[in-house]
Design a protein around this ligand. Structure first.
Ligand code: ADP
Ligand code: ADP
Length: 228
């Protein structure tokens, strides 16, 4: 599970300046992503990386074209896909454990969910911080909590939009290895947007290079480096 087929996807946004043409964010994207692979999306700012990720996540719809997950067309968000954004996308009014439980669509933590939440708290190394609020955590810890929230439903596909963007080099390196471990353990398809080419090469099986104007897939590079 976790195979993604992207077929001739276009996306335009209406221009807010009156009389101006639509903004073409994606201009015919074709891509096949193997189940269980780790794919990075790189390319200049504004080339449509986030837009593509959002469409795979079902948070946005393509203007034209289709996306399939295991031969089922993606039209809306689903528990088969977890999503974590750059910076903190945690709910500031919820504790760490309630943020993670939100990934289970639980308003209150029931007994079974509590165990599951605790498993993921452990996985990302946040034991002791279950009752903390996001603002009480460092940037790296907030990223870990976001990851846990994205992972808690055991999605087949994890979508990461610059998950390590706002972090110092040391925290970043540690979390790169942590994400790789989580990926290996959970047998998921990973799609990660990054601005860091070294990070893309270090972490991925495949680096997809996108170009801007027109926004297309410029190159697909297979990486075969030993991983830690
Ligand atoms: P990237 O992630 O590669 O930096 P984005 O996907 O964020 O690129 O954006 C691609 C293009 O689409 C940019 O020109 C951006 O300004 C535009 N865009 C993205 N989201 C919207 C939106 N909701 N409304 C209007 N334009 C948007
Ligand atoms: P990134 O480069 O990390 O994708 P952006 O700053 O381009 O971040 O976009 C952040 C958010 O703002 C995204 O959700 C995107 O859809 C939205 N966005 C980007 N450009 C525009 C725009 N021109 N008009 C409205 N929303 C936009």
């Amino acid at each position: 599970v976790g195979e993604i087929k992207i077929k001739d996807v276009h996306k335009s946004f209406p221009n807010t300046e009156p009389g101006k043409e639509d903004i073409v964010a994606l201009n015919g994207i074709n891509l096949e992503i193997k189940p269980g692979s780790f794919v990075s999306l790189i390319g200049p700012s504004g080339c449509g990386k986030s837009t593509l990720l959002r469409i795979i996540g079902g948070l946005d719809r393509a203007s034209e074209g289709e996306i399939y997950l295991d031969d089922k067309e993606i039209k809306k968000p689903g528990s088969d896909r977890g999503f974590a954004f750059q910076g903190s996308n945690l709910f500031p009014w919820l504790t760490v454990e309630n943020n993670i439980a939100f990934g289970l669509k639980a308003r209150h933590i029931y007994k079974k969910d509590k165990e599951e939440v605790q498993n993921f708290v452990k996985l990302v190394g946040l034991e002791g911080f279950e009752k903390s609020y996001p603002h009480q955590l460092s940037g790296g810890m907030q990223q870990r909590a976001s990851l846990a929230r994205a992972l808690v439903g055991h999605p087949a596909v994890l979508l990461l939009d610059e998950p390590l963007g706002a972090l110092d080099a040391f925290t970043r390196m540690n979390l790169q290895d942590e994400i790789l471990n989580i990926w290996k353990k959970n047998n998921m398809t990973m799609i990660m947007v990054t601005h860091d080419v070294d990070e893309a090469i270090y972490m991925s099986d495949q680096v997809v290079v996108m170009s801007a104007r027109p926004s297309k897939v410029e190159a697909i590079i297979d990486i075969d480096l030993p991983r830690p």
